[in-house]
Structure formats: C-alpha cells, structure tokens
Design a protein around this ligand. Structure first.
Ligand SMILES: [Zn+2]
Length: 160
C-alpha cells in the first residue's frame, strides 16, 4: 500500500458587497461579511481541494476549475470538492483523512469548526478535522481584511 500526502493553501479578502454570505467549510456563517471571489469563496473547501489534488499529483485547483470559466461563477465549493474527489479516485487514489486550519481574526470560528468538519467529511468521504486560529492581530488577516485556510490530505493508492 502506498500513501501520498498533499497540502493546500487559500486566502480570500472580505467582499465589499454586504449581501454576500460567508461560507466556510460548506457552512454558512451568519452575522459576518462574506468573502470576495468568483465562486462562493469558501477558502476551507478550496484549500482542502488543493491538498487532495496535490496528494494525487493532479496539479492545482485553478487548472481544473479556471476562474475564467463561467460554470465556476457562484459555484458551491462543496460540489467542487466532490468533483475533486472523483478526479482523485480516477487517478487511482482513495482519501484517508484531511486536516484543515482556518486563519481568521473575525468572526470567531471555533463554534463552527465541528459543523465544517462534518460537512467536509461527507463531501470527501473520509474523516476531516477543522481547527481555527487567529494571527494575534498581525498582518492583513489580523487587520480583518480576509480569511485564509491551510489543509493537508493523505491518500492511498487503490492499485495493488
Ligand atoms: Zn479560493
């Protein structure tokens, strides 16, 4: 059995559009500004998708879902994640687990991490953990200008 690891990183700025919802790990978080982006700007799902693609040696998310592609406009990133898992499976890999860290100064995300983990695990068919951290007020994330996420994923070859 051979296993491979992948990492992913994504960051989106907060949107100036007050009507844009904040969606993280497939969970809509009320009472906060949304993130700017062509899709639903779900940084956690995007970082996880990049980690899965990286583990399977399939390149990055932008290669598979170009932001110039209209099909990707306003896309639900949980659906994108399911498509990524299908690509990973087609490449001969099964997902073993994933671990994500969301970096945000605001809003406070710890009450939402369990729901994100449940939603993401259902999307990729493997255990997912989600952790939240801040940057102690440092940098652009610390100034509340956006939200970032990191992810690692482990896959194993389905070939004998
Ligand atoms: Zn993104």
């Amino acid at each position: 059995m051979s296993t491979r690891i992948g990492q992913g990183y994504d960051v989106h700025a907060f949107s100036a559009d007050a009507d844009r919802p904040l969606v993280l790990g497939g969970v809509r978080i009320e009472g906060s500004a949304g993130l700017a982006g062509h899709s639903d700007a779900d940084v956690v799902a995007h970082a996880l998708a990049d980690a899965l693609l990286g583990a399977a040696g399939l390149g990055d998310l932008g290669r598979h879902f170009p932001s110039a592609d209209q099909a990707w406009a306003g896309a639900d990133s949980i659906g994108v994640l399911a498509e990524v898992v299908a690509k990973v499976a087609a490449a001969g890999y099964r997902v073993l687990n994933a671990d994500c860290t969301v970096v945000a100064e605001t809003p406070r995300l710890s009450p939402h991490t369990a729901a994100m983990a449940t939603r993401l695990a259902a999307a990729i068919g493997a255990p997912v953990s989600v952790k939240a951290t801040s940057t102690d007020g440092l940098g652009s994330i610390g100034r509340g200008e956006g939200i970032a996420s990191l992810a690692v994923a482990l896959v194993e070859s389905t070939e004998p």
